[in-house]
Design a binder for this molecule. Structure first.
Ligand code: SF4
Length: 235
């Protein structure tokens, strides 16, 4: 049994390096954080206990090659059996996490792409809490099949994110070479595409100066599904 926040659904991946890829999404319930910018607050609390077989039946309704396990925070749950069932059907798994919890060996090995999204002060995290996340994030980075994603709204958010990446690299011996660092505008709780685009433009303008300071694979990317569908769920 797994506690899901909503029924699995087919959509396109709207974030990061797989943006535009058709995927089945399994959104698990509950989160260990309460971020101020959370755009899936409905997944923070109790969900619906659902048999694994029922979840898999939803996944088999599509032949898409990727399954995204997300939340909430999916690593609060034992997802070994889910991951093994997905890869056993010749599909690929991507997992989205806030980076605070360790993955089991089974999940770590079978996940083709980790999206680790460390939460910064704009999420309501203290500097001490942010620092405490670094050792675990470094473990994901050392596994290499990872992208780091930071939610940003203003220039200081970008600077904080890139300082975080640099700190993890230097102090945890985690090479950031070839690790995509996604700078993603904070989604507005409105359907106003122009508001999101304005922030995207502002963040993009920073890139020339940021690239001089931080030699990483930095990408400024919108949430494609928000541009297409606003705040609608299961799209
Ligand atoms: S970690 Fe993600 S799901 Fe959890 S509260 Fe923060 S933004 Fe929301």
């Amino acid at each position: 049994m797994l506690e899901i926040a909503e029924e699995p659904f087919l959509s396109l991946q709207g974030e990061g390096i797989l943006s535009g890829t058709p995927m089945m999404f399994v959104r698990l319930a509950r989160c260990n954080l309460r971020c101020t910018e959370c755009d899936t607050a409905y997944a923070q609390d109790k969900g619906t206990m659902t048999p694994l077989e029922s979840i898999m039946e939803h996944l088999w309704t599509s032949s898409v090659r990727w399954v995204c396990i997300t939340g909430g925070e999916p690593l609060l749950h034992n997802i070994d059996d889910l991951v093994e069932a997905i890869v056993g059907s010749d599909r690929r798994v991507t997992v989205e996490t806030n980076g605070l919890l360790a993955a089991s060996t089974t999940v770590f090995i079978h996940t083709s792409l980790w999206t680790v999204s460390p939460k910064m002060t704009n999420s309501g995290r203290s500097e001490k809490q942010i620092e405490e996340s670094m050792a675990n994030v470094a473990r994901f980075v050392k596994g290499r099949r990872v992208q780091l994603k930071f939610i940003c709204r203003k220039p200081t958010d970008v600077a904080e994110a890139l300082e975080y990446v640099q700190y993890v690299e230097k102090h945890y011996n985690a090479s950031m070479q070839d690790i995509p660092v996604i700078i993603q505008p904070q989604a507005f709780a409105t359907d106003k595409v122009e508001d999101n685009l304005a922030v995207l433009r502002q963040l993009w303008k920073l890139m020339p100066s940021m690239l001089n300071l931080y030699p990483y694979d930095i990408r400024v990317m919108p949430q494609l599904h928000r541009l297409l569908y606003g705040m609608r769920r299961r799209v």
